[in-house]
Write a protein that binds this ligand. Sequence first.
Ligand code: SF4
Ligand code: SF4
Length: 698
Amino acid sequence: MSGQNFAFLLVLVAALGFFSYNIQRLVSYLKLGLPENRLDHPERRTWNLITIGFAQTRILRERGAGLSHASVFWGFLVITAGTAEILLHGVWPGFSYEHLLPRPLWQLFMLSQEIFAVIVLVAVSWLLWRRIVSPPKRLQGKEIHNTEAIIILFVIASLMLTLYTTGAFEYAANPAMRAAQYGWFRPISSLLGAALSGAPEGAMHAAYTVSFWSHALLVLGFLNFLPYSKHLHVVSSLINVWFSNTSGPGQVGVMKPMDLEAEVEQFGALDVDHLSWKNLLDGYSCTECGRCTAACPANITGKPLSPRKIVVDTRRRLMEKAPLMAGELDVEGSATLLMEAPGASDAFGNRLLDNYITEDELWACTSCRACVTECPVSIDQLDIIYELRRGLVLNEGRFPEEVQPTFESLEKNASPWAFSPADRARWSEGLNIPTYAEAFAEGKRPDILFWVGCMGSFDDRAKKITVAFARILQAADIDFAILGQEETCHGDPARRLGNEYLYQMLAKGTIETLDRYEVKTIVTFCPHCFHQMGNEFPQLGGNYEVIHHSTYIERLLNANMIPLTTEHGKHLTMTYHDSCYLGRYNDVYDSPRESLKRALPILTLVEPERTKDRGLCCGAGGGRMFVDEKVGKRINVERTEELIATGADVIAVACPFCMTMMTDGVAKLESAVTVLDISEVVAGQLAPVRSRELVAGD
Ligand code: SF4
Ligand code: SF4
């Protein structure tokens, strides 16, 4: 081994050793987080890794920047194999994959290095131009490290260039090896080398050594910069994608279960050590790309919330707190002690809540999951927001003052509004709809529970949806019943607002009622009820088949069970507004659209600019229905403007919360557009009742 090879070996060992030390340091910080099982459903997790991680499906949702980033990622995967060869070559000059692979395969490998280096160079140039010359809004913000990103892009470009120059100088310095080592499979190095081949061999040898060391030192420097920068995602993002719970419908959108009997000093989170290790890994994985913030309805309309900042702040606070804790306690003991004594954070004067993330940021969230859906590395920003909301409410009794009556009414009336429980089924008077109590008294067991929900029971506009859906069920001759006065709020608004005690009290009461009546199948037109009872009730032992009315109506239409008129009246242009809890939470996008088209074949359905899993929230989710919107533009106005811009006569919705927000938006904008629930459109086709007559409250 020559002196130079030995020197290279020392540098390599030192660089890899320092990198390993930093990785174990960062892993030890994750132990400050609470335990959480993320090993279930390995097949789904592996599929996520293949699609979201390696195929970059999320990042490719945005064409220009997405393709550039994906190209850099794929390029890195390919070039890393070549980099390993270069590093080994530095220690053992004779080492080459050429000796390990059949020659044609080795030639293809060498060709892939050069092709991907070009692709990476083009992509990096475009990304640099965009960051420096015309940065989009999502790449602006106090929390992002723009200079660091620019430096890293230059480093990547330099890595690609030194890859070529190393090859070119080697070609020029070693005429004897040209025929075997260079050719069509190393086109750029060969061309550059040929251009230099007249130069003195000694100078070329020296240039080769400088280029080789430059390339190797850039690689090792880059590697050791990662743990100190946001580019840590290069290491952590694929791991994060595997552990994520953020793709697929249903269970993935559920809030974390909480054991209120557990012997802990507090519930929810006030600091990073009250979050799970996965929340902390999310912090390591954030690329600061801002896709989440660009999709956030609160941020778009000027509220003080950026989901990217939530994640970046979590990482920053972890980096502040973890070294302090590690300095006082050994790593093994620190995790255990911290979990048992979470209040220890106060000893350091700072905490995640208030010092990094403010109450106003947390309450601005509509829980729409647009951030989670957009994140290319499967970060769950909403999970952190929910845990901090729980910390605020359960530990410190802090929530917006207008939420107080909501909590009180939920406690007293089992409804978010101060209506008498005795009035819950008033809407059904004269409609000949049995209650479960009546059906049971006659020894009957209805097939379907029509879960009406609090809005459908008390809100005057929503009651028209209730009646419309009941008429459809009757027209289709479905054996259904309601709970009537025995229906209570299941507590979802309390849960979204951080009040888990109240939620569990209401949810357990509801489950008790459902089980008493041996309910198996529930149909509801409220996506919040649909999600809560279908996906979150199992945490408390309530297991039912819960179907949203859009899906149920589609099934009835497909089975020709709904008698429809053949007179369709005037042609209508309609647009459909996706509810977050139906779409992004449960992947129901087609059923509402299909139901509309089947019931009214002459209608033209037009899509708004932001639609389906990119649809903009109405602004009412996450308990925002009960919190005043004092800052920025109203979210419902932003969304209604977009829907009206489609030129539609009718805005169709499939959620009573969306109905309220869109109706309010239309009124504020003084538009003549009508807002209808899909059940009203379908009920309007039950001859001879017309949808507009139904809306008018006939
Ligand atoms: S869930 Fe919606 S409102 Fe909340 S932070 Fe994410 S994008 Fe913003
Ligand atoms: S949380 Fe995800 S979407 Fe948001 S900035 Fe970080 S990587 Fe991008």
